[in-house]
Design a protein around this ligand. Structure first.
Ligand code: KG4
Ligand code: ZN
Length: 333
């Protein structure tokens, strides 16, 4: 079969990213232009600024990818774009850009869900082996899914309130760490001990809850400040991380016992966390399950994962029309 080159576009949050992906498995070239430093001044992503920066930068990012890959748009077989979920204004920049390229160069358009992108990021490193258990952990999602085949998502559980990445970011804020908080909390946690006893909700199901854990950290910091006591930030970060990850371990263990899966993947920004990666590796070893984790550069938002997720849709000829619209909600499962 002829090689398939997909040009993929991702603008759902604060990264303007474009990649060329070959046969759904090989990233030929990728550019990820992050707006992180700009949003760090505000302590989080400012949607209006994000969409304006995507508009300013997207053509430059495309030119760079085409120049570095020494390819032209004529060499491309399809244009893929993240259409949901995410910040509406940001998504719209990518969607309109993709539709324009699709129309001008007469290439099929593929609408890709961002969460599917995170999952299929694993195809850039290994091969998705079905049936599998997928743990999606990002800034907006904490989902446990069973996949029996491509694009077949059965939800076992999800967060009842905050996503794990969101909890990391809020904890970072009360510890006066810079945005995005996750990697900074991880850095402190590496230097600390699990000494603080934090209260939170165990659901006894496949669901998790992070709002109680987050509030527990916020209240502790507040109370200690009022009493004039010093907080050991490293220990608090470590205690939070241990509790947050232990919730994931609990639901995955339950799934290993009840669902009898032999393959597992983790996906999403928080899958870059080395404590989580290590804990999942030893759990999978204990249950004799194959674990797939994306390479670091494919864990957080990037366009290569969108190209990987677009490939099964390309093979099925599931193409979008030029009336494709962006959507801020999930729409995947
Ligand atoms: O997948 P992603 O890049 O964007 C969304 O789709 O949400 O995930 C971003 C989230 C943020 O909450 C960020 O703090 C978290 O992933 N994150 C981490 C780490 N790297 C990114 N959380 C914990 N440890 C990390 N190393
Ligand atoms: Zn993401």
């Amino acid at each position: 079969m002829k090689d398939v080159y997909i040009l993929a576009i991702e603008t759902s949050c604060d990264e303007t990213s474009i990649a060329i992906v070959k046969n759904g498995h090989e990233c030929v070239c990728m550019n990820v232009l992050t707006q992180m430093d700009t949003h760090a001044n505000f302590g989080g992503v400012v949607p209006e600024i994000a969409s304006r920066m995507h508009t300013e930068n997207i053509t430059m990012v495309l030119d760079d990818v085409l120049a570095k890959s020494k390819m032209s748009l004529e060499d491309i077989d399809a244009i893929a774009v993240t259409y949901a979920p995410g910040l509406l204004g940001s998504l719209l920049v990518g969607v309109e850009f993709a539709k324009t390229l699709s129309f001008l160069y007469d290439k099929p358009l593929i609408a890709v869900n961002h969460i599917a992108g995170h999952i299929y990021a694993n195809n850039l490193t290994s091969n998705l082996q079905f049936p599998l258990l997928a743990l999606v952990v990002s800034g907006g999602h904490t989902d446990l899914l069973i996949m029996k085949k491509d694009y077949d998502f059965e939800v076992l559980g999800k967060t009842l309130d905050d996503a794990i990445g969101e909890a990391y970011d809020k904890v970072a804020r009360v510890l006066d760490l810079k945005y995005p908080g996750g990697p900074n909390v991880e850095k402190l946690a590496k230097e600390g001990q699990n000494t603080y006893h934090l209260g939170y909700l165990h659901t006894n199901s496949y669901n998790v809850s992070y709002s109680g854990l987050k509030s527990s950290v916020i209240n502790l910091v507040h109370n200690e400040k009022q009493r004039g006591n010093k907080i050991n930030k490293n220990d608090l970060a470590c205690s939070f991380q241990t509790a947050a990850v232990s919730e994931l371990i609990t639901i995955v263990k339950k799934a290993f016992k009840e669902q009898k899966v032999k393959n597992m993947l983790i996906a999403g920004g928080v899958s870059a966390n080395s404590y989580l990666r290590k804990q999942m590796q030893s759990l999978c070893q204990e249950f004799n399950v194959n674990l797939s984790i994306p390479e670091f550069k494919y864990c957080t938002d990037n366009a290569a994962m969108i190209g990987a997720a677009a490939y099964p849709l390309y093979l099925k000829k599931e193409f979008a029309n030029l009336d494709l619209n962006a959507s801020s909600s999930t729409e995947l499962f």
